[in-house]
Design a protein around this ligand. Sequence first.
Ligand SMILES: C[S@@+](CC[C@H](N)C(=O)[O-])C[C@H]1O[C@@H](n2cnc3c(N)ncnc32)[C@H](O)[C@@H]1O
Length: 284
Amino acid sequence: MTNTKSLTEELKQAFIELIAYQTGLDIKHREKTDFVEKIFSRMKALKLSLPEHYYHFLESATIESFKEWRKLVILLTNTDSYFFRDQGQFNVLRNHIFPEIIKRKQLNKTIRLCSAGCATGEEPYSLAILLREIIPNIEEWKIMIFGLDINQAALNKAQTGIYTSWSFRNSPAEIIQRYFLLINDHYLIDREIKQMVKFINFNLVKDPLPQFGFQLRDMDLIICRNVFIYFDVGAIAKVLDKFYHTLQPLGYLLTGHTELSSQNLNKFQTKVFPESLIYQRPLK
Ligand SMILES: C[S@@+](CC[C@H](N)C(=O)[O-])C[C@H]1O[C@@H](n2cnc3c(N)ncnc32)[C@H](O)[C@@H]1O
């Protein structure tokens, strides 16, 4: 029978590097035991007894290995999220960023937003609710909100739009009342809010951005929070460059606090609000 001892330090390191290359995820020292167990649980599911074989399988560019990556990342990612996470940042969006975008877009009435690393959907749905709260004649607008994530299990949950009270750790009671239906301890999101968000299985590190086919372009706002904390520095730089080219001029990027502290942000302008920094792609 296989056990964690059969994974040599060398092979463990090789797995860690392969995972970082494929997903950006940086397996930290403290997570290593847990990580080895996850590797072995996938091997067991595939009836593989040698970790070398699993490594080569993951490394191969085949449809089967692509499908296996989808299963492995479900084990490796943390998908914790909740509605209106970081009230201060949502206040910045409500009081400064969205009013400015809405004013600038009065003519073509089109807004594109992207929640990159959207997990189970609370973040993009919070954006949809916020826009619905502040645009009085919203039916005259074309609003596209994209939720991107590498974890298909999380996206499946996002697509159901059904949550428990744990997803409302930070939500005003009147918002819950207005946009959710309580059925047997579960909260079902309003159909119109649900229809505002399109979820896409997307690997921020590997998949190209912008993508014109999916309308993943000319974003007014990309919000990517609590994702880069799991990434290595090189992967953050790569994704940051993609975000820059996926924003339209004057489009905004909002990350978690200090998540870009290791990065060169020369291309962006920084706006400082007491509650949060926000980055903007300059006009030229
Ligand atoms: C902790 S959740 C953050 C959810 C939400 N943004 C928030 O702040 O509440 C991190 C999410 O990033 C996703 N993720 C990690 N690596 C990714 C990658 N390479 N491409 C796309 N999503 C990724 C994970 O699957 C997970 O759902």
